[in-house]
Ligand binder design. Sequence first.
Ligand code: NAP
Length: 538
Amino acid sequence: MLAWRSMSERLESYLNGAWRTGDGDTATLVNPATEQPLAEIKSVRGLADAVAWGREIGGRNLRALSFAERGERLAKLAKVIHGHRDELIAIAIANGGNTRGDAKFDIDGATAVLASYAALVPTLGASQGQAPWLVDGEAAPLHKGAKIRAQHVLLPRPGLAVHINAFNFPAWGMIGKLAVAFAAGMPVLSKPATSTAHLAARIARIVLDSGVVPEGAFQLLLGSAGDLLDRLGPQDVVAFTGSADTGARIRGHQRVLATNARVNIEADSLNAVVVGPDVASSSELFDLVVRDCVIELTQKAGQKCTATRRILVPSALLPELREALVDRLRAIAEKTGDPADDAVRMGPLSTKQQLADARSGLADLQRHAERVLGDPTRTEFAGVAPGVGYFLEPILLQATESAAQDPSAAFHQREVFGPVATLLPYDGTIASAAKIVALGEGSLVGTLYTDDREFTASAVASLSPWLGRLVLGTEKLAGAALAPGCVFPVCNHGGPGRAGDGAELGGKTGLAFYLQRTTLQGGAAELARLLGTPASDA
Ligand code: NAP
């Protein structure tokens, strides 16, 4: 494994066709396990030229490529990034506090989105060759017997896609969003979260040095967002991932309101799992529940928007599930430490502030739930001196059945962004489970573990409106199941309510955010000729 050098370097933004350090505030990026400084970023002031350059030059160059050609370039980018995998993993370990497994999850996740959209895009535009549009659905008569048809077409918006990302997935966050915008034909200006920007900055340089991306189609802004949002125009879009507070600020920004620039928000989420009443403690399905909950609590030290925060379990099964989870989590607590050591199974939180927020959130959760595992004040961890690093060992809490139904309980209100989850006992009916899940006010993902088909059907009907994705775990598929926090490019990513009401990825549907849907009204034969669609009804 490559060890990342600990010398401090100055990271640069790429704006308006040039690499530049800013002249604004300075931020120091650190290794969250050792607290050693790694790099510096200076924010850039005045982004009007970069926004205009991306919109005009980047947009023109990108739209000069067909959908299929853009797909080919995405495939090349996946290969280029994959070629730097070991170097990137080392950076993620140093600046993100990632274990090697965590780092691969982020970096391989990024190349997987590129590869997935590379494969999808040529199939979208195939029938239209070089046409700049996608034909959406079939032409419909305006009314019964009408000669005039309505046909929807989708065209890339001639604006700039502003991408603002959270600290927890610097690779997947930046590249996943870029892949979809690029495929659709919109130039991107990407702003990673400052604290973990080292990985994003390195990937951006690899992408830009590769020559695969046309001039202007990808810019990188390090440091604060500055006046970026003040420069938005009506064809621009903002895809944001981060906290609900920042999301609300972006949604309410005066320039967003004035221009109706499109906004997609991916925010906090109190993801729940529901263990069905038929799950027995000696079953493979029970083992799957335990495995998934442990992964979701500890992967990336629980700093995942899709991590499980609430575990709904029939009251009778709670003692056995608690015991199994405590056993497995205790083993990981013993191997929590500096992830530069391959034996470490969980690293630190990403920043000092995240640790402080997680501890204060825990105090809040403990007003309504009892801590059954973990000590939030622990200061000794593997590979570092006592008191060094932003570590939090896995914490498991347990509420009573009546507290679980209390809408004001903190575990239904506050996302503690760390290795923390709460066991919530319920009476084993889907009606109770659905009420409790809904108290989270909208989540990215929910998981159901049951082999009871009636329970499943009722759960799909009652839970789905509160979720962006529902994972169905069954005994038969236990061996093949993947942990629910893993987001595949073909799946919708985004959830209603608290989760931001956003929608990213999801294969073809993810492109819609970057495309304008326009209805063409005209004669059937004329539309078919123009669009190259079958003329059977002309
Ligand atoms: P955050 O503090 O809201 O920051 C997110 C991004 O917004 C960062 O790039 C940040 O820049 C930027 N930002 C902050 N203030 C801004 C402003 N006024 N205008 C424009 N940009 C601004 O969130 P975070 O702490 O990085 O991320 C943790 C949160 O993200 C958690 O709540 C988690 O649930 C959520 N998350 C959600 C998803 C999802 O897909 N739903 C995925 C990952 C994370 P600086 O870093 O420079 O401050």
